[in-house]
Design a protein around this ligand. Structure first.
Ligand SMILES: Nc1nc2c(ncn2[C@@H]2O[C@H](COP(=O)(O)OP(=O)(O)OP(=O)(O)O)[C@@H](O)[C@H]2O)c(=O)[nH]1
Length: 332
């Protein structure tokens, strides 16, 4: 299940169950003749149902739907106004489902902020209208509920972020993986088209990887691969992104980098890798295929293929070299 769909389900259940709960309170207050509370609960039920409808209408933009903040601010504000106006101690308990709903639906910081804004007047009115011991127990209950739900939300966000990082990261090298390459490259191509800035890429391959594997085993090759990854992270500048494709191939996306720039950085990478003494391996070298986006390049495939072919050209020239293939240009 995607995050968007999961959120649509949880938001719908959250609004739906809270609406049912508050509507039950409305009926109970009607039965006992507390008409002000009955109308308050009815308005809240209406707002909760509008939240449910909004969730279903915006189900494709659930992660960024701004209307939830308005609906929840209305619910929280309405309850605070009612607590202050009605002076009815029982109403403070209605804050409990709202605290949970704020944190279930809004991003953690906003949910926490809104809940604290709700809790301050609720707790104030408790201490004003109830005996100290009762107020203390209810205050402790409300704060405990807020802390537990906030911690749970934080924990969920943390796990979701880790899962997302794992999905786009190579577990051996810590660089991004090939799955994330096309997604990022397409975004960078669109950005380059929109802004007119140059975009270059480098496909980079370890020379003699098979020989390294035969001599030092799979572990030796992996160690070298990891060390070269770290070296590359140290050479490239902020904004460049590095991807590891298989156990001997890398890809670099270099935004805002023209042909002269990619030639400079490719040569720097080739030279520094060739000069380095690699622990357990000794000397090694790389072949690099570079290209810069031409105005005919609108897809990731054209840039990736051209950079890949440029590596073959570099290898034909005897390894340890960089080859640049110019981009495709079309008449405007
Ligand atoms: N994307 C990218 N381009 C680089 C990098 N290093 C050099 N370049 C390109 O090569 C050009 C010349 O780089 P340098 O020889 O380091 O000269 P520089 O004047 O210090 O470069 P900057 O101040 O980084 O622009 C830069 O303008 C960039 O286009 C790098 O790490 N990443």
């Amino acid at each position: 299940m995607t995050e968007t769909r999961l959120r649509t389900w949880t938001h719908s259940f959250g609004y739906g169950l809270t609406a049912l709960f508050i509507f039950t309170l409305a009926l109970q207050n009607l039965r006992y003749g507390f008409y002000e509370l009955f109308y308050l609960a009815l308005v809240m039920t209406g707002l909760l149902l509008s939240g449910l409808i909004y969730t279903l209408v915006c189900r494709r933009q659930q992660l960024s739907a701004p209307g939830h903040l308005l609906i929840l601010a209305g619910l929280n504000g309405g309850l605070v106004a009612a607590i202050l106006a009605l002076n009815s101690p029982g109403v403070t308990h209605w804050a409990m489902p709202l605290l949970v709903l704020n944190l279930l639906i809004l991003p953690l910081r906003r949910g926490l902020g809104l809940s604290i804004l709700l809790l301050v007047p609720v707790i104030g009115s408790l201490w004003f209208s109830q005996p100290g011991a009762d107020a203390l127990i209810t205050t402790a209950g409300l704060i405990l509920l807020l802390v537990v739900v906030a911690l749970y939300t934080w924990h969920y966000d943390h796990i979701a972020q880790s899962a997302e990082d794992l999905a786009i990261t190579d577990p051996v090298t810590g660089a991004h993986n090939s799955r994330f390459l096309d997604e990022t490259l397409q975004k960078e191509i669109s950005r380059a088209i929109a802004t007119g800035h140059p975009l270059s890429v480098i496909n980079l391959s370890l020379d003699y990887a098979d020989e390294v594997r035969d001599l030092h085993g799979k572990v030796g090759l992996q160690t070298l691969f990891k060390a070269v990854t770290e070296h590359l992270f140290g050479v490239i500048r902020a904004g460049d992104t590095l991807y590891t494709l298989d156990e001997s191939e890398f890809f670099l996306i270099l935004p805002y980098t023209p042909e002269e720039g990619v030639r400079v950085i490719a040569e720097r990478i080739r030279r520094t890798i060739g000069e380095h003494e690699w622990t357990g391996i000794g000397r090694t070298s790389v072949s690099l295929g570079c290209t810069t986006r031409g105005n005919g390049d609108t897809s990731t495939a054209s840039l990736r293929n051209r950079a890949h072919q440029a590596i073959h050209e570099a290898r034909k020239r005897g390894m340890d070299s960089a080859w640049f293939s110019p981009g495709e240009s079309v008449e405007a």
